[in-house]
Design a protein around this ligand. Structure first.
Ligand code: AMP
Length: 213
């Protein structure tokens, strides 16, 4: 199954795509993770995108599209993949349609107030990338990952001002994709506000009708 996960930052795209990836063995491809790794490793790409990520803006389409096109050519992505955080603009969706055919675009709906609460309380494991929340999913030991004992950190772009900029970018650039995929009968809308297990189960019970088409 070939899917894209839409929805605002903090809608749960990362969490749910990881659950699907681990439970169903489908590669999860996150453009945000690709960019963050590049910034951490100070690669040429990282130096180009560092300031954009820190400000909560969008990386230029041309660069983002080239990265995804290359990643989708790898052998593990030939039958199935989940694109988490791509496309984020109509131009990216059009480009993707030119080099891959999707089964569905899954939109996780969450209100802005809940996004702010989720992102400003989010903590991520430096080592394995597991995601926690200080209120709703605290680790057993503060600051330490339950899974691998790695150190938890606050993403640079989870500060309140940056979250607001990311939400603006979402409403302006990405939200129009909901209509774009709706017009192509590829849109599956899932309520992203409950806990992750509930959202996952809703996704699993709905996705089948797109795969049988
Ligand atoms: P995410 O982890 O998906 O929230 O992405 C983190 C940041 O990476 C975003 O705020 C953007 O700056 C950048 N980014 C990720 N995916 C894209 C994309 N498809 N197009 C442009 N910028 C992106």
């Amino acid at each position: 199954m070939k899917l894209v996960f839409l929805g605002p930052p903090g809608a749960g795209k990362g969490t749910i795509s990881r659950m699907v990836s681990e439970r169903l063995g489908i590669p999860q491809i996150s453009t945000g993770d690709i960019f963050r790794t590049a910034v951490k490793e100070k690669t040429e790409l990282g130096l180009k995108v560092q300031a954009i990520l820190a400000a909560g803006g969008l990386v230029p389409d041309e660069l983002t599209i080239a990265i995804v096109k290359d990643r989708l050519s790898w052998p593990d992505a030939q039958r199935s993949y989940i694109l988490d955080g791509f496309p984020r603009t109509i131009a990216q969706a059009e480009a993707l349609a030119g080099f891959s055919s999707l089964d569905a675009a899954v939109d996780f709906e969450v209100k802005d107030e809940l996004i702010l609460f989720r992102l400003t309380g989010r903590r991520v494991c430096k080592v394995c990338g597991a995601i926690y929340h200080v209120v709703t999913k605290p680790p057993k030991v503060e600051g330490i990952c339950d899974l691998c004992s790695g150190e938890l950190y606050i993403r640079n772009d989870d500060k309140e001002e940056t979250v607001k900029a990311r939400l603006n970018a979402y409403h302006e650039e990405t939200e129009p994709l909901i209509g774009w995929y709706g017009n192509r009968s590829l849109l599956l809308t899932i309520d992203g506000s409950p806990d992750a297990e509930t959202v996952y189960n809703a996704f699993i019970s709905e996705i089948g009708r797109f795969l049988r088409k």
